[in-house]
Design a protein around this ligand. Structure first.
Ligand code: ATP
Ligand code: MG
Length: 344
């Protein structure tokens, strides 16, 4: 049966890296169990230019009817301060698709260790799961002249579903360890968070659960990143910790992500932005996008072998010395993509 992938290339380097990701997918055609229909749609700044909105109805309808959504990057400085901004489209899309779990794996390639800002990054291999639809982002915000207030809301149901997601993720990994991150010595939402984590843990005797306060976790990510396997945390803490964690990799350019919801439909995208400063030059690092394709094959289409092929090829390509500009080299986006394809 043919599966439908909706692609949203977006802005800046988006189209260049999407092309790279799709080339890798197409090079794998022979080893995939299904055939894939690719349907491209406008999203972000390009959609504002064409439709006056970052998320046109036609794009949303297509995404809702897809088997997976592949997003490259959106945003451009020309929309700064504008009434309609590309980033609003992403919040609308996540909400409309009910994507509540954002997954960011962090693996540091042996060959790229020297680019990490700290020395001890050998064998760092963890995944951060950030709750995406609750918390302070979606509570009431009140700003007065001399005081302000933001409401942090979480329901037991919202916490439970992200916890189950985290424990299911841990169960599929070799170490089967969950670190639940909160601030339960201060916040009521964190007390509930911790209680639900303990309850859900009862159903996963094969997985170990550890609690960490967010401040302590922030420190441990730098002093002992090897200790983590699966980190699960609420929206705001996740925003901060995922940026901190991604800095360990040395470049934003190699990091993929996925976002999941109840419907089973998921969205895959590199974690970096549209990098307008290097757009159109053919020098963007396509690896974050290419590894997002690998995540899509594994998580949405059960094509683990093909995903592994991509990941191994990326590793070999780094081992053979290929480096884009963000890693101090001169390899172009296209040349790196070809090198990866040659090693599939
Ligand atoms: P956003 O707000 O959309 O997350 P940002 O402000 O975090 O964007 P990015 O667009 O991610 O910024 O870019 C940050 C820096 O990293 C820029 O200098 C950019 O050129 C560089 N960069 C980001 N992605 C890549 C990539 N794939 N290859 C090379 N350099 C990149
Ligand atoms: Mg950013």
């Amino acid at each position: 049966m043919t599966k439908k992938i909706v692609t949203l290339s977006g802005d800046g380097i988006g189209p260049e890296i999407m092309e790279a990701g799709l080339e890798v997918l197409s090079a794998l055609t022979e080893c995939l169990n299904e055939t894939y229909d690719i349907e491209a749609h406008d999203f972000g700044g390009i959609a504002i230019d064409h439709f006056n909105t970052p998320l046109p109805e036609s794009t949303l309808d297509a995404a809702k009817n897809a088997d997976a959504v592949l997003l490259a990057a959106i945003g451009h400085p020309k929309y700064n301060g504008a009434k309609v901004r590309p980033e609003q489209g992403l919040l609308q899309l996540r909400k409309a698709l009910g994507l509540y779990a954002n997954v960011r794996p962090l693996k540091i390639y042996e060959e790229l260790k020297n680019f990490a800002p700290i020395k001890n990054v050998s064998e760092v291999d963890f995944v951060v799961i950030r709750e995406l639809t609750g918390g302070i982002y979606f509570g009431a915000h009140e700003l007065e002249e001399t005081k302000a207030r933001d409401i942090n809301d979480y329901s037991a149901e919202e916490i439970k579903r992200i916890m189950i997601f985290a424990f299911e993720t841990a169960r599929k990994r070799s170490r089967k360890h969950v670190t639940s991150v909160d601030k339960q010595n201060v916040l009521a939402t964190s007390k509930l968070w911790r209680k639900i984590a303990d309850e859900v843990a009862q159903d996963y005797p094969d997985v170990t659960l550890e609690h960490q306060l967010v401040d302590s976790c922030a420190m441990l990510l730098i002093t002992n990143p090897q200790k983590f396997d699966v980190i699960v945390t609420e929206n705001l803490f996740g925003d901060i910790l995922t940026d901190e964690a991604s800095s360990l990799a040395g470049t934003l350019g190699v990091m993929p992500s996925s976002s999941h919801g109840e419907s089973g439909l998921a969205l895959y995208e590199p974690i970096h932005g549209s990098a307008p400063d290097i757009a159109g030059q053919g020098i963007a690092n396509p690896v974050g996008m290419i590894l997002s394709v690998a995540m899509m094959l594994r998580e949405s289409f059960n094509e683990s072998a093909a995903a592994q092929k991509i990941e191994d090829a990326v590793e070999k390509t780094f081992r053979d010395g290929y480096r884009t500009k963000d890693l101090g080299g001169t390899t172009t986006t296209q040349a790196l993509t070809k090198a990866i394809i040659a090693r599939l």
